[in-house]
Design a protein around this ligand. Structure first.
Ligand code: ZN
Length: 106
């Protein structure tokens, strides 16, 4: 894949995760109601938001890893077996560290 296209894809993905993380952090910081039934519901929502936040953080780390591989000149190589990752897979998952065969084993 063309490095400039890959970099643009990765930056777009990075922004998406960063915005999601921002919104989740804002929601998690926002105050809770005094009503105890509502509080129980809010705690459940917080749990969901916290797991979404972990997902977004993991996504950001993946993108950072992919950007680093791009800088080092081995973007698009599977980090497990070393083969070139299929172009179609990189288009859908620009930050993936693995080829589809290795991802299936994970
Ligand atoms: Zn592989």
């Amino acid at each position: 894949m063309d490095n400039q296209i890959a970099a643009a894809n990765l930056r777009a993905l990075y922004d998406e995760y960063a915005q999601r993380l921002d919104a989740l952090e804002r929601d998690l910081r926002s105050g809770h109601s005094a009503d105890s039934a509502e509080q129980a519901q809010e705690r459940e929502n917080d749990d969901v938001m916290r797991s979404l936040k972990l997902e977004a953080e993991a996504g950001l780390r993946d993108v950072e890893g992919a950007l680093q591989r791009l800088r080092e000149g081995h973007y698009g190589q599977c980090q497990r077996c070393g083969v070139d990752i299929a172009e179609a897979r990189l288009q859908v998952l620009p930050a993936t560290p693995w080829c589809s065969a290795c991802a299936d084993q994970a």
